[in-house]
Design a binder for this molecule. Structure first.
Ligand code: DC
Length: 228
């Protein structure tokens, strides 16, 4: 099946499998996949490594604002980069996960990231995942999906993912981090996580990835007709 040159926005809670589905769609339909969370994670990694976030987790906003003026954060073909350094692994640690929500709630951080994301939207055929893509970044996206799943299923997925990467997660900590991020992401003042009125809800608590792609095909067939 072919789909037209559009923007697909996938939003939802942490660990609902947004990136897994987004990557698969990108592969199947030759779209470019962009992970907006990686940008917030990149800013957070930089803030942690430079002491802008201190030991107690306090963020020095004045220093962060200055740092963003020169922070060279970018998506390249093989992942996220700060300058010449590929940070794809470093941005996915529990330490970064624990600090990223407060960082992403700061309005000037959101402006910094939004500007980068908009530039990518100038070309169509992209699938971007995040928290506010369908509501704020690309409110005119032709297809919007809002993903959700039960906290237990999400925590288990995150736990398994961390184990696979050789980390040693503790289930209680993973669940705590997940619930904290849910809360901060959906209660912040600027662009909180919320479902766009025209987004299709996908609850994948009991779905396989294959079932999700069949669901997506059905959605596109309904929207664009069977093109091939
Ligand atoms: O999708 P993720 O878990 O990698 O996202 C990391 C954090 O970034 C998440 O806690 C909230 C924030 N985020 C956001 O505020 N807006 C987005 N569009 C994407 C991510």
């Amino acid at each position: 099946m072919n789909i037209p040159d559009i923007i697909i926005a996938i939003d939802g809670y942490s660990s609902t499998g947004k990136s897994t589905l987004a990557k698969l769609i990108a592969e199947q339909y030759s779209f470019l996949y962009l992970d907006s969370g990686a940008m917030y994670r990149g800013v957070t990694l930089h803030a942690l490594e430079t002491g802008i976030i201190n030991e107690e987790g306090k963020i020095d906003e004045t220093r962060l604002k200055t740092a963003l003026e020169t922070l060279d954060l970018d998506f390249k073909i093989d992942g996220t980069y700060i300058g010449e350094r590929r940070v794809e692994q470093d941005i996915r640690t529990l330490e970064v996960s624990s600090h990223v929500s407060p960082v992403s709630a700061i309005p000037f951080v959101r402006n910094f990231v939004d500007e980068k994301l908009h530039a990518f939207g100038l070309r169509k055929r992209i699938v971007m995942d995040g928290r506010d893509i369908g509501t704020t970044v690309f409110p005119d996206a032709e297809v919007k999906i809002f993903m959700t799943a039960s906290p237990e299923v999400r925590a288990q997925r995150r736990f398994d993912e961390m184990k696979m990467k050789g980390q040693e997660p503790v289930m209680e900590e993973v669940m705590k981090n997940l619930l904290e991020r849910d809360y901060i992401d959906s209660h912040r003042e600027v662009s909180p996580l919320s479902r766009a009125a025209d987004a299709y809800v996908l609850d994948n608590s009991d779905m396989t990835l294959h079932e999700e792609t069949v669901w997506f095909q059905g959605l596109c067939q309904g929207k664009f007709g069977i093109l091939e």
